[in-house]
Ligand binder design. Structure first.
Ligand code: ADE
Length: 235
């Protein structure tokens, strides 16, 4: 799978893409990461990407022309399986179900919003969807793009060493619903400062361990994320 990122801070991605699962997936050729500098598609001497908002107001807005030009240069004829995603705080909430859906695509192009906003014509006429990674405002879509790429890349077959690790964890229930939180994990020492690991985990009884984990996961979900037990979350 290929991930394109369109940003005014291409250097931002050096760190995140050089570590861990994403870096290994790129090295093994399972994913391809292409970072594009939005300023490369400006036409003026100052390489201007933003302008003042019509109607007045604070801050600057990313102009549509360089963004459209960039996407049309990266994909001159957009094919099925090539999806443009605009990252802004106004987007639909990204979650594991969305990550699973995006992992089916061939290529994603993530547009990182900046400043006070992005000209709405990008959302209306260029992007296939607008996503937010949470109900808070970041200073730009770059961190959000890293989050989306990490969450999607690890669902691509062969990216995680152990295929089971992506199906056991939080939110990984099959079907349309989000799952529940992952069960609590412990490692050695069995007694740390007097806080003991639940006895059952040391017992070697696989069925009892499985039951305990299921119960503990449900209890933790009820305590920290009760809404997950109430309603399916739309994709
Ligand atoms: N850009 C700024 N805030 C964001 C958010 N919460 N999600 C995605 N992109 C953003």
């Amino acid at each position: 799978m290929t991930f394109h990122v369109l940003t005014i801070f291409p250097g931002f991605f050096r760190g995140p893409f050089e570590h861990g699962v994403v870096a290994r997936a790129a090295q093994s050729g399972r994913i391809r990461l292409c970072v594009h500098n939005l300023r490369d598609w400006t036409t003026d001497k100052h390489r201007t990407v933003d302008d003042r908002p019509f109607g007045g107001g604070e801050g600057m807005v990313l102009k549509p022309e360089p963004i459209f030009r960039a996407v049309e240069a990266i994909w001159p004829e957009r094919q099925p399986g090539q999806r443009v995603i605009l990252l802004t705080p106004q987007g639909r909430l990204f979650n594991h179900a969305v990550a699973r859906r995006l992992a089916q695509e061939r290529e994603l192009l993530l547009i990182c919003g900046r400043y006070e906003g992005v000209d709405e014509r990008v959302a209306e006429h260029l992007a296939d969807e607008e996503l937010s990674i949470g109900d808070y405002v970041l200073s730009g879509g770059e961190l959000a793009a890293c989050v989306v790429i990490d969450a999607v890349a690890r669902l691509i077959p062969g990216v995680l060493g152990n295929e089971d690790s992506a199906t056991q964890e939080s939110f990984a229930a099959p079907g349309d619903e989000l799952g529940i939180l992952d069960y609590p994990q412990y490692t050695r020492p069995a007694d740390f400062r007097g806080w003991k690991v639940p006895e059952v985990l040391l017992s070697g009884h696989h069925e009892e361990i499985r039951r305990w984990r299921r119960q503990a996961a449900l209890a933790k979900t009820a305590r920290l994320r009760p809404e997950l037990l109430e309603k399916p979350v739309p994709r």
